[in-house]
Design a protein around this ligand. Structure first.
Ligand code: HAM
Length: 474
């Protein structure tokens, strides 16, 4: 006998979300803005695969990093290879740079990427398991100017999106030569206080003491505030590098805060590390924050110029999930740093590199919380109304004419009643409606109605694109 079918409703997996049509323009806009600003600064776009050899990440992020220890989506291919859904983009980028011989291109090679990344995080902590990043990497040169420019680009993109109260947290964790002394002092400090460390950190202390600084456990956070600071153990070269990064910041007027314990959770970093924070919001904070953000007309105008319109906040269930609130009530919108040793972890040769990435889901969450609504790329300019089967057929011809001249249109071709279609056009706030009834279909001329004034005129079918174009221009 056949088994009874399981009637449990099938839903999306925990931490994986559908991005609904109302949210897609936000996601598109964020990705496009980071790409647009990056392109101004000479970055080219690269698309990297979603599945990579597992070793790419185990070798570079560190065996004891949270990602490698517990967050990778691992599986075996039919051929038996161990592969993962990419948890981040930097290691892939370095792999691609070497694999495609980009060393022979003029250096540095500056690349932008965007897409989904996967980490099996605890969604209760407000993190997604599939999340999106827009990132930039500068490969093949060690000049400190790149460390500063990367942050400049990410901040400019956030600024263009209307997010301006970003706190830049910076630190230098030094180079290879800086590490041994620092690690020794750090280990000694934590050994003295081992009783106050969480269970995971007791283990981390043996495997990778710097990782303890990244722990979110309340006691470990407290203990950190008296821990030795990497900045006091920098080699001469690292000191010089970081002071130049800071000079460049001063030169371009970006303010920053030094967080002397900022390490970031991945092994591949050296020297400069950074995070970009905004104050995290509770749901009831939204309204206050929104009014502060839109207080000045000039700000509002500036936003409009950039295609960011100020409207009522739209909240979705998805927004609640994107927390990721760090200690001190801050939300990390992005992070990055320098990783000159990453390539040697993979290929045994040095490729200088620095980069950073923004979490697109979190940036979208912030835009919505701040009441900054993104305009969709395509806004319909004319609503096509048809009454009767002949008119419906004629309208099909007109849709293509409009598309060819780039006039976006909306329609309700499945509906026939004039009143119903006019009311939809009204709600969509399109400036014009084209009405074709039985008579207009036979005479091959439509009624062009201004939705604002209600005035109407007849326009021959073949003249519709030209007439509409002129009117929309006016
Ligand atoms: P990351 O700090 O792990 O860095 O991620 C960068 C940003 O992605 C975070 O600041 C956050 O906004 C977002 N993000 C990370 N995990 C999640 C999650 N589970 N849910 C939602 N958003 C998340 C990196 O991935 C490095 N590859 C960045 C980099 C580029 N370093 C050098 N170049």
């Amino acid at each position: 006998m056949s088994k009874k079918p399981n009637k449990e409703p099938i839903q999306s997996l925990k931490g994986f979300h559908d991005i609904l049509p109302a949210d897609v323009p936000y996601y598109d806009r964020v990705g496009k803005e980071v790409r647009r600003v990056s392109e101004y600064y000479g970055f080219q776009t690269i698309r990297l695969p979603h599945v990579e050899n597992a070793e790419l990440f185990t070798r570079t992020l560190g065996e004891t990093s949270d990602i490698v220890e517990k967050q990778m989506y691992n599986f075996r291919t039919r051929g038996g290879s161990s592969v993962v859904l990419r948890p981040e983009g930097t290691a892939s980028m370095v792999r691609a740079y070497v694999e495609h011989g980009m060393q022979s291109l003029p250096q540095p090679v500056s690349l932008f990427y965007e897409g989904s990344f996967f980490r099996h995080e605890n969604p209760q902590a407000g993190r997604l398991r599939e999340f999106r990043q827009a990132g930039i990497e500068v490969l093949g040169e060690k000049d400190p100017i790149h460390d500063t420019l990367i942050i400049r680009v990410l901040l400019s993109a956030l600024d263009a999106l209307g997010i301006r109260d970003v706190q830049v947290s910076l630190n230098s964790i030094g180079d290879k030569a800086s590490r041994p002394h620092y690690i020794k002092e750090l280990t000694a400090y934590y050994r003295k206080n081992i009783g106050d460390l969480c269970k995971d950190c007791k283990r981390r202390l043996k495997e990778n003491p710097m990782r303890v600084l990244d722990c979110k456990d309340a006691n470990c956070v407290l203990l950190k505030t008296h821990a030795p600071q990497s900045m006091n153990y920098l080699s001469e070269e690292s000191k010089k590098h970081f002071s130049q990064v800071l000079e460049h910041f001063d030169e371009i007027g970006i303010s920053y805060e030094i967080d002397p314990w900022l390490v970031r959770g991945l092994d591949y970093y050296n020297d400069t590390v950074f995070e970009l924070f905004v104050p995290a919001h509770r749901a009831d904070d939204n309204v206050k924050e929104v009014s502060a953000m839109v207080a000045t007309a000039s700000d509002e105008e500036a936003d409009k110029d950039k295609g960011v319109a100020v409207e009522k906040p739209a909240t979705t269930e998805h927004e609640e999930d994107v927390g990721g609130v760090e200690e001190g009530g801050m939300l990390a919108l992005g992070g990055g740093g320098r990783y000159d040793m990453l390539a040697s972890m993979l290929f045994g040769k040095t490729v200088f590199g620095a980069g950073g990435a923004l979490g697109i889901d979190r940036v979208v969450g912030e835009i919505k919380r701040r009441n900054l609504k993104i305009r969709p790329d395509v806004i319909p300019k004319v609503f096509l109304i048809q009454i009767g089967p002949t008119a419906k057929r004629k309208i099909l011809r007109i849709t293509e004419d409009l598309r060819k001249v780039g006039i976006p249109f909306a329609h309700a071709l499945g509906k026939d009643a004039l009143k119903r279609q006019l009311s939809i056009a009204d709600k969509m706030k399109v400036p014009y409606a084209l009405i074709i009834g039985q008579k207009e279909a036979i005479e091959e001329r439509a009624i062009l109605r201004s939705m604002e004034t209600g005035t109407q005129e007849h326009v021959a079918f073949e003249k519709i694109p030209t007439v509409l174009k002129l009117k929309l221009k006016a």
